[in-house]
Design a protein around this ligand. Structure first.
Ligand code: SAM
Length: 291
């Protein structure tokens, strides 16, 4: 496992999740480095991607492209539910998903459970445009493990969004089949889950395994994707599950007007982007629907 800062460049850790590739960013300045109780945390100022948060050698977000992820995971999940009043976010320590979820006019309460309070504190300091999510009065943050938290909550949430890091270290359990079983119990009838599901370009077998885990507990399951240049292969997606067996994810149930999109400062999400996110290449459709 080699993560490198050399000659003014940061290269992502070489690992088994995406063997043979390592995205690199030119550094202006290393802003902060520490080891928290859970992970190695770095914040760097890059030459062309703004400020970048790195956990255990893996890029979590950059200020240049974060909205393409935060808006899509939030509004695809929320607008697939007819009335998303009470929402749970798991992970999301940078605050970007909380920022987006709290904007939704139907959302009344946002609960968030993040394992590492140092990620939250450093995001407040170095990523204020994302961490602004924590200042919204709708948002209540708990520091703890999302998997353990889920065991204690039954029939409570309309939507659960899991904005986790990748399936190594503390986030590994958040990709397991048993986690989908716990989320099902934590949802109210008709509830929706939307989880960081990785990219089919990076590992389609792993994505299929995660979706099969979701299918064991949710009658309707799909995958939506977005382009985020600083993630591996510039691509990432979300495993979306519904307790409604007739759910059609492609058609959003809430449609924002142009004025609302502007007022909410949405730069990526729109009705068209929502629907298009579910269109998949033929080889991916075949793979994800195979037995
Ligand atoms: N959008 C990013 C991505 O797709 O890679 C994820 C960003 S967010 C910073 C990921 C957060 O998940 C981190 O702050 C990490 O501490 C948190 N996390 C990891 N495992 C967790 C767990 N078991 N329970 C709660 N939070 C967890």
């Amino acid at each position: 496992m080699v993560e490198a800062i050399s000659n003014g460049w940061f290269s992502e850790i070489q690992n088994d999740l995406w063997p043979g590739q390592a995205f690199s960013l030119k550094i202006k300045q290393v802003v902060h480095e520490e080891k928290s109780k859970y992970q190695d945390i770095k914040v760097i100022e890059t030459a062309t991607f703004g400020t970048c948060l790195i956990l255990d050698g893996i890029i979590q977000c950059t200020t240049r492209d974060e909205f393409s992820y935060q808006e899509m995971i939030s509004f695809i999940s929320l607008n697939s539910h007819p009335n998303p009043r009470k929402v749970l976010i798991v992970g999301g320590g940078d605050g970007g998903v909380a920022r987006e979820v709290a904007k939704h006019p139907l959302v009344e309460e946002v609960h968030q459970v993040e394992i590492d309070e140092r990620v939250v504190e450093l995001s407040k300091k170095f990523l204020p445009n994302m961490a602004t999510g924590f200042q919204n009065p709708k948002v209540k943050l708990t520091i703890g493990d999302g998997f353990a938290y889920m065991k204690k909550h039954v029939n409570e949430f309309d939507v659960i969004i899991t904005d986790s890091s990748d399936p190594v270290g503390p986030a590994q359990t958040l990709f397991e089949e048993s986690y989908y079983g716990l989320m099902k119990n934590a949802l109210r009838p008709g509830g929706i889950v939307g989880s960081q599901g990785g990219s089919y370009w990076v590992d389609c077998d792993y994505l299929k395994k995660t979706m099969d885990g979701c299918r064991k507990h949710f009658p309707t399951v799909s995958y939506a994707h977005t382009n985020t240049p600083s993630y591996p292969c510039g691509h990432i997606g979300f495993v979306i599950g519904s307790l409604d067996k007739n759910k059609n994810f492609k058609t959003p149930l809430t449609n924002f007007s142009e004025a609302e999109l502007n007022d909410m400062n949405l730069k990526y999400y729109s009705r068209d982007m929502h629907s298009a996110a579910f269109a998949l290449p033929r080889w991916v459709e075949a793979k994800l629907s195979s037995n």
